[in-house]
Design a binder for this molecule. Sequence first.
Ligand code: FAD
Length: 389
Amino acid sequence: MGAGARVLIVGGGIGGLSAAVALRRAKIEVAVFERAGAIREIEAGVSLHATAQAALAAMGMNDALRRISGPPVQRFQLRSWKGRVLATVPHNAVTLHRRDLVLALANDLMADGVVHLGSQCTSFEHDEQGVTVRFADGREERGAVLVGADGIHSVVRTSSVGMTPLRYSGFASWRAMPTFDHPAVPENRSQVFLGRGARFGIFPSSVGRVYWFASRLAAAGESEERGARCRVATWFRGWSEPVQELIAATEEADVVGNDVYDRPPIKRWGTGRVTLLGDAAHAALPTLGQGAAQAIEDAAVLAHYLTHTPLADAGAVETALRAYEARRIPPTTAVINEAWRISRSYMWTNPLRCWARDTRLRLTPTRVWAARAAQREAPELLPDETATR
Ligand SMILES: Cc1cc2nc3c(=O)[nH]c(=O)nc-3n(C[C@H](O)[C@H](O)[C@H](O)COP(=O)(O)OP(=O)(O)OC[C@H]3O[C@@H](n4cnc5c(N)ncnc54)[C@H](O)[C@@H]3O)c2cc1C
């Protein structure tokens, strides 16, 4: 069967939709297969730093991004649970509602019939000529390239390069995004408060909404228990303002809880005409707030390498996909490793260790923070023509 020149994307989350938008901008035909019956996302925010913003701009999403995000946040503060400032890091990020982001990405794709809902991929095969993807309802689709953007439990990864075990972080996170106005939440500053075995983040977003997360040491499964808002309020009692006020401004039904896992990094994302993108390739702990951002950057870089690649030519496709992977594996591996390392110390419970951690954070010069942020958040990480398009 002929494969045509279509790129098949399994998964319609932030990663898969970004890849579809970026590839279409490069004039490549795509089809997205999402197992859910609708494009949806959880009631929570997502923070995107400068590189992810540049990647979205390169995909033609700049106006949409400005419309749905809050004003740029220029400072990120780490504080003790009592409110003492431990570090102020120069920053360039926007926070937006996850649902607004996926809907903005899906808008034209849905109108043009590119997204196929209710399409659960169960297996695939690939050969010199192309890829055949099979779905739970018995359908088959043929294309030139398969991109597995099907998240942390990726079926595409399991059948291509193999799955590594999930790693439980030891903590769970609860998130919400209420409307909130408070002098301790200026619109240009994000804040994360560190305690013993717990952390609370506050991110101003658009139209008066504030995204918060509460992370706490927990046994796996604890995040699913009912009454999350009351429990979070109890755990964080006595923390600096406006933590309690923000929890009180949140409806119980709007709190989303998750056990938090990652997967150790892998050295190979694909073979032949198949590759991976987003959490399917590099699920990291959310401590650096980088997972969705990295998926968006993957999408921009993948489109860069597939542009001008003759998709009928197996050798050319293989070269392009392996070049994409070589470019993306090092930075995403660094994010997984750093997020894991930092998460450990942010969840310490021993008072002496916590005091030593906070003192070290307080004594770290601003220029060191700025250099670390620049390493991860620089638009130069994208291929030249992508970053400046
Ligand atoms: C508590 C928490 C906070 C976070 N905060 C941030 C943040 O501030 N900033 C940030 O950048 N990142 C953040 N992240 C990470 C971010 O949420 C993820 O990295 C991102 O959502 C990954 O996107 P994805 O599209 O790769 O995967 P997913 O969002 O998991 O999407 C995968 C899609 O594939 C579909 N699918 C799965 N299997 C199949 C199949 N077999 N067939 C068809 N479709 C399938 C799913 O239905 C889903 O729609 C956070 C994560 C957590 C847990």
